[in-house]
Design a protein around this ligand. Sequence first.
Ligand SMILES: Cc1cc2nc3c(=O)[nH]c(=O)nc-3n(C[C@H](O)[C@H](O)[C@H](O)COP(=O)(O)O)c2cc1C
Length: 187
Amino acid sequence: MNVIEAIYARRTVRKFTQEPVPTHVLRELVDCARVGPCSANMQPLKYKLVEKADVDTVFPYLRWAVAIAPEGDPAPEERPTAYIIIAADTLIRPQNYEIDVGIAAQTMALAAQEKGLGVCLMALHDKPGLKSALALPEQITPALAVALGYPAQKSEIYPMEAGQYRYHLTPDGTLHVPKRSLDEILL
Ligand SMILES: Cc1cc2nc3c(=O)[nH]c(=O)nc-3n(C[C@H](O)[C@H](O)[C@H](O)COP(=O)(O)O)c2cc1C
């Protein structure tokens, strides 16, 4: 799979098989992010791998597919089998690291695509709570969760109509995700 194929094939996945993701694969994804671009080359981001029994710690801090809740929530047997929590080391950079976080997230999502994994990038609504639950060091601020696993859900894109950006589930459980046209986004 080349990079452009991965870009088009990648879709958010919110339901997973329970086959574990090997730790060395999680480490490889972080290593891809490690060499990515970042502002001023300060490299303030740190990563927490969450696997095995610890995945239950993260789940309560996430909100799944708000546009279609609760239908988009993974059932207990469909939950992610791992998370990579992207965090900022505020001793290196106390603020303005969010663009670095986005770049790291997409870098890992594309690398995960090549490895046959599904990913859901997830906002964190209670960062202090998750920080405490994961016993992260004082200077570490969680920024984004990357939920991971082998996909158990299909997702397809289709041309957006009349600005309707909300995705939906079809009766067979496939996600249908509208995307704006190239002509609409070119200024
Ligand atoms: C910064 C960011 C935060 C997101 N947070 C959530 C989230 O909290 N819960 C969720 O289910 N999906 C979340 N998503 C996934 C988006 O809903 C998804 O990317 C969007 O619907 C488009 O689908 P696609 O990724 O298949 O193109 C997030 C995506 C990004 C980039």
